[in-house]
Design a protein around this ligand. Structure first.
Ligand SMILES: Nc1ncnc2c1ncn2[C@@H]1O[C@H](COP(=O)(O)OP(=O)(O)OP(=O)(O)O)[C@@H](O)[C@H]1O
Length: 325
């Protein structure tokens, strides 16, 4: 459904030193720095997938979303989505996609939400009966009824984000691009947004491409991750694959009868120790969990043991370090 092949994009950014002298000089002679936002990026996405597009600040995520939604023309490469080239076939293409930029609004600030929705209905030429049906569903599932007549500028961030998501779906697109949809939301709103994304994917088969810095979004939603760093695609695979490759550390917390001697497990590191509790970090590529537990029980009389895998956030930090991004 989505094929991106060898997409590259470089921005020329004007260099200007501070001060009036340099401001005047720049009127006659401008110097530019080239910023390589995307370098030979390729991937494909099948219908019905939820793909998490992650990477540190400035990695090129928004640039990719802009290319895929037809806002930006790349310097090189092919992008075919449902048979369209986004930046060439814009009028036909936009009927098939919905886009939410968490940091920007597609709604009109001074008018009530419902009027923005009606404007979008006209822009996308949605038949009245179909619009009514979709709107009823969106108002219900995103809990919008109490804010439909409020001007957008008076909405809280969470309320606005729910309206943005509804706005992007009024024309029933089959692909949804979400650029940081949960940014700045409270825990309850985040969960509501995640739940809704999951639901439209399951119920309506909408393909979702999601950029986020929130790893809980990724864990809750994405079956697959694309990791980008410095404009280059570095990882394309499942969350489980990511854990298998980078998340080999486990933390063992052991409670035991009082024991004066600190614990020692060959190959593992002791994160903290008291006469009653030890927290140990084990790299399962070096030491098997069963070996660590056997060694533990030979040194102390165990009361309780818990084993925690590495949080996905730590794994991502480890990946960023490994790829030097
Ligand atoms: N319109 C533009 N003009 C010049 N440079 C740009 C422009 N848009 C993006 N860039 C640069 O391209 C690079 C990639 O930016 P992009 O916004 O795609 O990153 P991102 O991964 O979305 O980052 P973030 O997580 O901070 O939103 C950055 O170095 C950015 O400064």
């Amino acid at each position: 459904m989505i094929t991106v092949e060898g997409i590259s994009k470089t921005f020329l950014v004007a260099k200007r030193e501070p001060g009036i002298k340099h401001a005047v000089k720049s009127l006659f002679h401008r110097e530019y720095t080239a910023v390589e936002a995307l370098r030979d990026v390729s991937f494909s996405i099948a219908p019905g997938e939820i793909v998490g597009y992650i990477g540190p600040n400035g990695a090129g995520k928004s640039t990719t979303i802009k290319v895929m939604s037809g806002i930006l023309v790349p310097d090189r490469g092919i992008c075919k989505i449902k048979g369209y080239t986004p930046w060439l076939d814009r009028v036909q293409y936009v009927k098939h996609i919905g886009v939410v930029f968490g940091q920007r609004s597609q709604l009109w600030w001074d008018v009530p939400v419902i009027e923005s929705f009606e404007l979008l209905r006209d822009i996308y030429n949605v038949p009245h009966a179909e619009y009514k049906k979709t709107l009823t569903l969106l108002v219900e599932t995103l809990d919008l009824s109490s804010i439909m007549y409020t001007p957008v500028r008076q909405l809280s961030l969470g309320q606005r984000m729910r309206c943005e998501i509804a706005a992007s779906l009024l024309h029933s697109p089959s692909i949804l691009f979400l650029d940081e949809p949960t940014i700045g939301l409270d825990a309850v709103s985040k969960i509501a947004v995640r739940h809704f994304i999951k639901e439209i994917n399951k119920e309506r088969g909408v393909t979702v491409i999601l950029t986020t810095h929130d790893m809980n979004d990724i864990e809750a939603l994405a079956d697959r991750i694309l990791l980008i760093g410095k404009g280059t695609l570095l990882y394309d695979g499942s969350v489980a694959g990511l854990r298998g490759r980078f998340g080999t550390r486990r933390t063992i917390t052991a409670d035991y009868h009082e024991n004066a001697k600190p614990i020692e497990i060959p190959g593992a590191s002791l994160l903290s120790w008291t006469p009653e509790r030890a927290i140990i970090s084990v790299d399962t590529e070096q030491v098997m969990i069963s070996e660590a537990i056997t060694s533990l029980s030979s040194q102390v009389e165990l009361l309780d043991v818990t084993i925690d895998s590495q949080p996905i956030e730590d794994i991502i930090v480890q990946m960023y370090k490994e790829y030097e991004i």
